[in-house]
Ligand binder design. Structure first.
Ligand SMILES: C[S@@+](CC[C@H](N)C(=O)[O-])C[C@H]1O[C@@H](n2cnc3c(N)ncnc32)[C@H](O)[C@@H]1O
Length: 172
């Protein structure tokens, strides 16, 4: 056998000896995403790229994350959005965050042209059926669209969010 190969468990231990805290520069915000499995998948992606997750502080989201969370006690930082989504978005703007929406929209940046985030960024993801609300879309700093070649009208929201946040984090 050429070269020593480490086992996955040993690799994992070396790469992540401790949980990440709130780095706060990249926040994935599935504020309208409803399904447990999608929230759980996005939580794992946040852990992988060192991003935070922001969700509304409601029983629905708390229960959905508890059910969808496969990271158990070692999950990334969660920002609870309250009392209103609009108010929270305004606060993030005031803190100097750029608002970037992931959505199929006119004038959107195609994913291959998206630059890694150089300033603090909130990444907004839309509802599985209704997308990002129009009134929010008109107000964001940038919208990112993932090109699609097939017949499907859109991607699964957790897949779309994961592709974009990997790029924003400079990891793809
Ligand atoms: C299943 S899609 C919503 C589709 C909805 N029927 C619509 O037309 O707005 C759910 C979310 O996934 C994201 N998404 C899915 N495919 C995308 C793509 N190709 N480009 C950008 N965002 C996408 C967006 O955030 C979208 O709001």
């Amino acid at each position: 056998m050429s070269g020593a190969k480490s086992k996955p468990t040993e690799l994992r231990r070396r790469r992540r000896s401790r949980q990440h805290g709130c780095w706060g520069h990249l926040i994935v915000a599935p504020l309208w995403v409803a399904y447990d499995a999608n929230l759980g998948t996005l939580l794992r992606t946040c852990d992988a790229v060192g991003a935070c997750l922001a969700v509304p502080r409601t029983p629905h989201y708390k229960e959905a994350l508890a059910r969808g969370d496969t990271l158990r006690q070692r999950r990334p930082c969660i920002h609870w959005v309250a009392p209103s989504k609009e108010g929270w978005l305004g606060e993030q703007r005031a803190r100097g965050f750029r608002l970037v929406a992931v959505e199929l929209a006119d004038g959107a940046t195609p994913l291959p042209r998206l630059e890694p985030a150089r300033t603090p960024t909130v990444l907004l993801l839309g509802h599985e059926h209704h997308g990002v609300p129009d009134e929010v879309l008109t107000d964001v700093d940038e919208c990112v669209e993932i090109p699609m070649a097939g017949w499907g009208a859109s991607l699964n929201v957790a897949v779309a969010g994961s592709l974009v946040v990997y790029r924003l984090a400079g990891l793809s």
